[in-house]
Ligand binder design. Structure first.
Ligand SMILES: C[S@@+](CC[C@H](N)C(=O)[O-])C[C@H]1O[C@@H](n2cnc3c(N)ncnc32)[C@H](O)[C@@H]1O
Length: 393
């Protein structure tokens, strides 16, 4: 089971696929820092450091043996925090390079059988849904059937991180593994698959399909994951010295406290008087032109981000035994929130660690997709190619 990883970053897609036996035959990213971490964990052999647009000029660089291409392409132009240039933007627009590569491979009959894209939920709404619809249109024209699946990291780790996955399956395989839509007609029982698992495909997805019915849609009838029992307190590094300089001094603590609303201050005071530790996270946000500190105490961290501008690092509060203390989450704690094993080598520089993890995919989310979609797909394709079967759903 060979795959190729575009926008590989530090390799967390690979982390999620490897346990099922997927083998990365080629990986690409433009960032030297990301490459350094990737290579420390997986070695140098497969990594091609360059702008993906340069790969378009030499698609032969990519081994033809790859069954699967993955691309967790930059979200900068799709996220609500960005300028929302969408796929016309220079960063998120790098998806177009991957689509061109697939098209070039198709001309030689070497296209991947499956493509997995990952991005923020803004992908569904960018340019009023036109960006995602155009992407599906391109895949349809290339002979793929497409499913859109929404998954939140909180099913697997104590982090709220909602993402959309586009799975495109070559028509040669699609009919035997997906419930595919007949041309220009969506079957009523097709929608019941959506309604059984509303967490996996929101009304937004349904509307995109309804507005673009003529495209090649196919869906996987997969279960909604069970929600993890892990909470924030379970991923905390507990061996940090009480005298370490990572803990904030009283002046910084007071400043943070004063940025909280009255109700959040009351919650924090309540946590502090308990005779056990409890944990919360704080995000600084601008509200009506004022910098505020928002406390979250439901046992789930907010969505990790890359610390551009320095304001988006996640703050940890530990309260209990008539006290409360504050520090930033460590990059190892970031990694744990992304479901990364503790022996995964992180950058020594904490800031690079925050970048690596804030940008990355949540490993068990990829494992879930591997277990429920990608690996069964490969197995079915292998079985079909050996006995010529075509079982329509
Ligand atoms: C959302 S991150 C993907 C992270 C990755 N999946 C991981 O688990 O670490 C997007 C990646 O795209 C890379 N990137 C941005 N522009 C690129 C380009 N023009 N060519 C290749 N890679 C690019 C960034 O360096 C970043 O690592």
């Amino acid at each position: 089971m060979n795959f190729v990883e575009f926008f590989a970053g530090v390799g967390l897609v690979r982390e999620g696929l490897s346990p099922d036996g997927w083998e990365c035959v080629w990986a690409n990213d433009i960032s030297q820092d990301k490459k350094d971490t990737y290579v420390k964990n997986y070695g140098e052999n497969d990594f091609f450091l360059d702008d993906v647009w340069n790969v378009v000029k030499s698609p032969a660089l990519i081994p033809d043996s790859a069954f699967l291409y993955t691309a967790s392409f930059p979200c900068t132009d799709l996220s609500v925090a960005g300028g929302r240039a969408g796929l016309a933007g220079s960063e998120s627009g790098t998806l177009n390079a991957v689509l061109e590569i697939i098209s070039l491979k198709k001309k030689n009959g070497n296209q991947p059988k499956v493509v997995l894209l990952e991005n923020v939920k803004g992908f569904l709404t960018s340019h009023q849904g036109k960006d995602v619809a155009n992407t599906v249109k391109i895949f349809s024209a290339l002979g793929y059937y497409v499913d859109l699946i929404e998954l939140d990291a909180y099913f697997f780790t104590p982090q709220s991180r909602s993402r959309v996955f586009l799975v495109a399956v070559d028509e040669e395989v699609a009919g035997s593994v997906m419930c595919i839509k007949e041309k220009n007609r969506i079957l009523t029982d097709w929608w019941s698959i959506f309604d059984r698992n509303p967490d996996l495909r929101s009304v937004k997805v349904k509307n995109i399909i309804k507005q673009n019915e003529s495209l090649n849609w196919g869906i996987f009838d997969i279960p909604t994951p069970h929600r993890t029992r892990l909470v924030l307190g379970d991923i905390i590094e507990t061996d940090i010295d009480e005298n370490s300089s990572v803990w904030w001094n009283d002046e910084r603590k007071d400043h943070l406290f004063n940025q909280m609303s009255d109700s959040h201050q009351t919650i924090l005071n309540g946590m502090a008087i308990k005779q056990c530790y409890s944990y919360g996270t704080v995000y600084r946000r601008m509200r009506k032109g004022k910098s505020t500190a928002e406390l979250r105490t439901d046992g789930v961290a907010g969505c990790l981000r890359t610390p551009r501008g320095g304001s988006s690092k996640q703050i940890l509060i530990r309260a209990g035994y008539d006290d409360w203390r504050v520090r930033l989450l460590t990059s190892r704690e970031y990694a744990r929130l992304q479901g990364v094993r503790d022996d995964f080598i992180l950058p020594e520089n904490a800031n690079k660690g925050y970048f690596a993890m804030g940008d990355a995919v949540c490993v068990p989310v990829i494992q879930y997709l591997s277990n429920n979609v990608l690996t069964p797909l490969f197995n079915k394709w292998e079985m079909n190619t050996s006995n010529g079967l075509d079982q329509r759903c």
